[in-house]
Design a protein around this ligand. Structure first.
Ligand code: ZN
Length: 295
C-alpha cells in the first residue's frame, strides 16, 4: 500500500482579490500568496509521486479557495497518512524565515517539523523560530488544518511576503527558490516515510536542481618507469672442488704449452668464479688453437 499524502495549497486564486489579505502589493503589482503555494505545491506533488507516494490535492492549484473544513474532511475520509499544507507568512517588515507548525500535542508531528527545518536550513533558507513551531489550541496559532486532521499534519510557512529578503524567494523564484523549496517539502515528506530521496526521480520536475552530469576525466596516461636492471652477477659454475682443480690443472697445462698466455683461467678455476660462458669460450679456444697450431 503506497503512503497517502494530502496536499493543501494555502488559500485560492480569489482570496487576495476579494479579501485583500494573503498577498502583498509591491510597486503597484499584486503578489498573491496562493500563487506561490500552488507553484511550489505542484512541483512537490510530482516529485513525491515519482517516489511512489499517492497524493490528494484538497485545494486545486489556482482555483477558488476551498473552505478549510472541506479540506480536512476530505483528508480524514480519504485516510491520509500525512497532511501537508503550504503557505507563506506576513508580519512586520523585519520578520523573516521559514517554519513548520505542528499540533503541539503530537510528538510525531514535531519530528516531521524538525525534518522540514533541517532541509529548509540545508537549502539555504533562513529559519523562523528554529523552523519548528507548536500550534496550540486557543492561541493565535490554533490552526484549523492542524487541529481538525486525524493524521499527522504540518502547516509550513515558507518565508514572510512582507520581508524584502524573503519576498524574491517567495515570488520571484530567486536562485531557483521554487525548485529549492519544493525539494525541501519533498525531502521532508519522503524522510517522514523513510523513503530515500532520489534526485534522478526528481530531475524532471525540478530541473534547476538536477545533479550535474558526472564528468569522467580520462585517467592520466601512466608512462611506465624504465625497468632498472642491475647487471647480473655472474655466478661461477656449479662444479665439485675436484672438478675445479682439474680445470685449473688443464688451463695451467695449456699455459705452460704456450696455448694460453694468461693465467686468468687457472685463477678463476681456483677461486671457483669461472662461469659457464668463460668455460665454453676457454674450451673452444683451447681446442681451436691446439688443432690449428698442431700442438
Ligand atoms: Zn497562508
Amino acid at each position: 500500500m503506497p503512503y497517502k499524502v494530502c496536499l493543501s495549497y494555502g488559500h485560492g486564486s480569489n482570496t487576495f482579490k476579494e479579501a485583500r489579505s494573503k498577498g502583498v502589493i509591491v510597486n503597484g503589482v499584486a503578489y498573491e500568496e496562493h500563487t506561490h503555494n500552488a507553484i511550489v505545491g505542484e512541483k512537490t506533488k510530482k516529485v513525491i509521486e515519482a517516489h511512489g507516494i499517492q497524493t490528494l490535492v484538497v485545494q486545486p492549484p489556482f482555483g477558488r479557495d476551498v473552505p478549510l473544513q472541506t479540506r480536512t474532511n476530505k483528508a480524514n475520509s480519504w485516510g491520509a497518512n500525512l497532511y501537508y499544507s503550504i503557505h507563506s507568512n506576513a508580519a512586520g517588515s523585519s520578520t523573516r524565515g521559514y517554519t513548520a507548525f505542528y499540533w503541539s500535542t503530537s510528538a510525531v508531528g514535531k519530528k516531521a517539523a524538525e525534518i522540514y527545518a533541517k532541509y529548509a536550513k540545508q537549502a539555504g533558507f533562513p529559519l523562523y523560530h528554529n523552523g519548528v513551531y507548536p500550534s496550540v489550541r486557543g492561541t493565535w496559532n490554533d490552526f484549523h488544518e492542524l487541529r481538525e486532521t486525524r493524521m499527522v499534519a504540518l502547516l509550513t510557512e515558507n518565508g514572510f511576503m512582507t520581508n524584502k529578503d524573503d519576498f524574491p524567494l517567495i515570488f520571484l523564484n530567486k536562485d531557483h527558490s521554487h525548485d529549492r523549496e519544493a525539494e525541501v517539502h519533498a525531502k521532508t515528506i519522503l524522510e517522514y516515510f523513510n523513503i530515500r530521496y532520489d534526485p534522478n526521480k526528481a530531475n524532471k520536475f525540478i530541473p534547476a536542481l538536477a545533479p550535474k552530469p558526472v564528468v569522467v576525466t580520462p585517467k592520466p596516461v601512466v608512462t611506465p618507469k624504465p625497468v632498472v636492471t642491475t647487471p647480473e652477477v655472474k655466478k661461477g659454475m656449479n662444479l665439485a672442488d675436484w672438478q675445479f682443480e682439474e680445470l685449473e690443472a688443464a688451463f695451467k697445462f695449456a699455459r705452460e704449452k704456450g696455448i694460453f698466455t694468461s693465467d686468468r683461467w687457472e685463477k678463476q678455476s681456483k677461486d671457483k668464479s669461472l662461469t659457464n660462458d668463460q668455460a665454453v669460450y676457454a674450451a673452444i679456444t683451447l681446442w681451436y688453437r691446439t688443432h690449428k697450431e698442431g700442438k
